[in-house]
Write a protein that binds this ligand. Structure first.
Ligand code: HEC
Ligand code: HEC
Ligand code: HEC
Ligand code: HEC
Ligand code: HEC
Ligand code: HEC
Ligand code: HEC
Ligand code: HEC
Length: 500
């Protein structure tokens, strides 16, 4: 009886999710076939004939593609209108008239045939990845690093603005670039070849974890490393040949069952959801900022969407917001249901709910024990003139920044995707070490420098840390009980008197 009850729980969830996803029109539709003139078909052949000699690799990749089978040729994607930004006069057609082509092929071009995918991508965080380079965070790159590192570093992941020179060619400073939120000369955002490498443009390649791992790795967002150390990543590597990455419809638990990839959980179809190019749809927390919040999603009639943190008032469907009308709202619970629906392809309710409990607990531990009180103390230090308001000009600001931006994120990311080493050794362990043995001593130093004594530092710690049970050991020492417990366990294992 018990297992039947669980089954019913799973089924109810699957049905609820079906209602959610159809409301979002996530059903898949075949792309519109291109309607082409005879002249355009001829020009496409001319491009191919010459490029077969000039750059055979491009034509060979294209030949393998679904596009080649569907007769989507060079000119379908690279055709430009004379006089438009980024359009160059290239070779000649059969009649000897010049052809006009674009080097940049933006999502707008793909949208002619893939309207649904582009609409999802344009409203997502991915399409906005290039905008953050105009934010405060960019000070780190531009000022403390240097522009060359921003071009060949940040912008190759985030995307930057592609600038055109007088002849209509993209400038070497800004292109090549397949950053996720590239800002294109036609005003569209993103680069589809961030995940679908040209000129094969395949789903199979985009479904592999390494595709996402180009950007989602490293000290501040090690999703790739976490995946590799998780059961899921291990099983993907062990069973890659059974993953049917080439299948047209790729459904977790049905087409393949050995393991999920990044795409499985964040983008691909389930038994009841369509593929989504809106990668944030299935996420309930943001793990990026100093303090994590749960996020509700508000969709607008103009095609855009934004996150509204839990606790802030939610508009209603039909309300005027940000110059448009609200068309749909996904609460953080709705978003979590969409992700759980993916897991149900391969798991039962208890594994999934247990995973989320352990994940939420780590985020709350990080938030409540470390991030919130430290952020509050940093604010007091600025407000009372102990440190300047400018970011990164004092050592303590770097320490706090690394606590939340590096190890604090690693702990949260590790817990979200089953990477125990990142949750603890690369995560909370380093958060704790840097809090107690770097940040606190540095705070004492800045206070002493201004006041000549550490009184205000002690006041802050008593005000913000002392009421939190987890900091008890710092104020009162590690309790005798806790030490005795360890001693007992140790001596049971290794013999009396072995613990020094
Ligand atoms: C007669 C040979 C020839 C034909 C025909 C031809 N191309 Fe090219 N194309 C080239 C060569 C050579 C280059 C490389 C030019 C260079 O390196 O500066 C090139 C470069 C390009 C580029 C890159 C431009 C840039 O600024 O980086 C694109 C895109 C392109 N071709 C697309 C096309 C398309 C689309 C057609 C058909 C309309 C076409 N080509 C027809 C020879 C040709
Ligand atoms: C489905 C659309 C599509 C088709 C079909 C297509 N291209 Fe491209 N091509 C792209 C995209 C996207 C880029 C990347 C440009 C950018 O960064 O925006 C690109 C880049 C290029 C470049 C410059 C980049 C490089 O690596 O040198 C050349 C040259 C080129 N294409 C030629 C061709 C030729 C020749 C064909 C036909 C065999 C072709 N393309 C077919 C979309 C397409
Ligand atoms: C002229 C129409 C047209 C344009 C423009 C076009 N495509 Fe396609 N694309 C198609 C068709 C048709 C298919 C095959 C659809 C199917 O089989 O359901 C396809 C399939 C695909 C697939 C799935 C391939 C696979 O087999 O896994 C991807 C990915 C894709 N296109 C990406 C792009 C991108 C990115 C662009 C822009 C750079 C683009 N397409 C531009 C018509 C187009
Ligand atoms: C290796 C690729 C890569 C490089 C290089 C990189 N980033 Fe990022 N960045 C990412 C990814 C991936 C995320 C999203 C992480 C997540 O969601 O956990 C991100 C997140 C961010 C965010 C948070 C965005 C938000 O919506 O909260 C900012 C701001 C940012 N990066 C700025 C920069 C700047 C500035 C640089 C260079 C000084 C830079 N990044 C270099 C990949 C990169
Ligand atoms: C973040 C990586 C990523 C980016 C960026 C991306 N795609 Fe995809 N795309 C995927 C994945 C993964 C799949 C395979 C989904 C699945 O499992 O069926 C896919 C599948 C597709 C398909 C096949 C149809 C379908 O729904 O399965 C088309 C068409 C497509 N993408 C077009 C585009 C276009 C156009 C863009 C640019 C606006 C784009 N993609 C950008 C990852 C990406
Ligand atoms: C088994 C499913 C699963 C797999 C596989 C998976 N993820 Fe996740 N991912 C999650 C879950 C669950 C969350 C947290 C969702 C939430 O906030 O409710 C998450 C969160 C994220 C976030 C948001 C982080 C932030 O800072 O807010 C990013 C980015 C991400 N994953 C990228 C990836 C990448 C890249 C891969 C592959 C290397 C991957 N994921 C593999 C399930 C998965
Ligand atoms: C070219 C770099 C790049 C690639 C490739 C890439 N991402 Fe991202 N991704 C980013 C950046 C940058 C952000 C943060 C954007 C922002 O919030 O400004 C991000 C954000 C995300 C988020 C958080 C979305 C949200 O709403 O908070 C998820 C989930 C995600 N990516 C998953 C994936 C998956 C899955 C893949 C592979 C199929 C992938 N990404 C490929 C750069 C990339
Ligand atoms: C395509 C199938 C598939 C999908 C989808 C999938 N998993 Fe898994 N997962 C597995 C397999 C297989 C294992 C390995 C089980 C084992 O260790 O014996 C596993 C292991 C796990 C484990 C470790 C369990 C243990 O006993 O140690 C957790 C936790 C987990 N998955 C959570 C999730 C969550 C949460 C999701 C959705 C966000 C998810 N999985 C999606 C196939 C999947």
């Amino acid at each position: 009886m018990k297992s039947l009850g669980k089954l019913a729980k799973g089924l109810a969830l699957a049905l609820a999710v079906f209602a959610l996803s159809t409301a979002n029109a996530a059903t898949s539709a075949a792309p519109a076939k291109a309607v082409k003139s005879k002249a355009d078909i001829e020009i496409g052949q001319i491009c191919m004939d010459c490029h077969k000699k000039e750059s055979p690799g491009i034509v060979a990749e294209w030949k393998k593609s679904t596009h080649a089978k569907e007769k989507v040729d060079c000119y379908d994607c690279h055709k430009g209108k004379e006089g438009d930004k980024g359009v160059i006069s290239h070779e000649k057609d059969k009649a000897g008239k010049p052809t006009f082509v674009t080097t940049i092929v933006s999502p707008k071009t793909c949208a002619r045939c893939h309207e649904k995918e582009v609409a999802q991508q344009q409203r997502s965080h991915h399409a906005k990845g290039g905008e953050i380079l105009a934010s405060l965070d960019n000070i780190m790159g531009e000022v403390i690093g240097g522009p060359a590192a921003v071009n060949a570093g940040c912008r190759q992941c985030h995307g930057g603005k592609v600038e055109m020179d007088a002849s209509g060619e993209a400038t070497y400073d800004t292109w090549p670039n397949t950053g996720i939120g590239r800002i294109n000369p036609d005003g569209s955002r993103g680069s589809c070849s961030a995940c679908h490498a040209r000129h094969a443009f395949s789903s199979a390649q985009a479904r592999t974890p390494n595709t996402c791992g180009k950007c989602h790795l490293g000290p501040d967002h090690p999703q790739m490393e976490i995946y590799e150390e998780s059961k899921h990543g291990i099983l993907f590597r062990a069973n890659e040949k059974d993953m049917k990455l080439d299948a047209k419809k790729w459904i977790a638990g049905v087409t393949y069952s050995a393991a999920p990839t990044c795409a499985t959980c964040h983008m691909s179809a389930t038994r009841t959801q369509g593929v989504t190019h809106d990668v944030g749809e299935r996420i309930s927390w943001t793990l990026r900022p100093a303090i994590s919040t749960k996020l509700n999603m508000v969709r607008l009639a103009n095609g855009d969407e934004f996150d509204q943190p839990e606790g802030k008032p939610l508009p209603k469907i039909g309300d005027e917001v940000k110059g448009s009308k609200v068309t749909a709202i996904l609460t953080w619970e709705d978003r979590r249901k969409l992700m759980k629906n993916v897991c149900f392809g391969c798991h039962s309710a208890n594994v999934i709910n247990g995973h989320y409990k352990q994940f939420d607990d780590v985020v709350n531990l990080y938030n409540d024990k470390f991030a919130k009180p430290i952020a509050a103390m940093m604010k007091e230090l600025v407000d009372k003139g102990y440190i300047t308001a400018a970011p990164f000009d004092e050592k303590i600001e770097w320490t706090w920044w690394e606590i939340w931006h590096h190890e604090g994120r690693r702990a949260r990311h590790g817990a979200s995707m089953s990477g125990p080493d990142y949750t603890w050794w690369n995560g909370i362990y380093v958060v704790a070490q840097n809090t107690y043995f770097k940040w606190i001593p540095e705070m004492r130093e800045v206070v002493k420098k201004k006041d000549g004594n550490e009184k205000f530092a002690d006041e802050l710690l008593v005000k913000y840390f002392k009421p939190i049970a987890g900091h008890d050991w710092y104020f009162n020492g590690i309790s005798k009980d806790a030490v005795d417990k360890v001693r007992k366990g140790f001596e049971e294992r290794y013999g009396k008197g072995t613990l020094k």
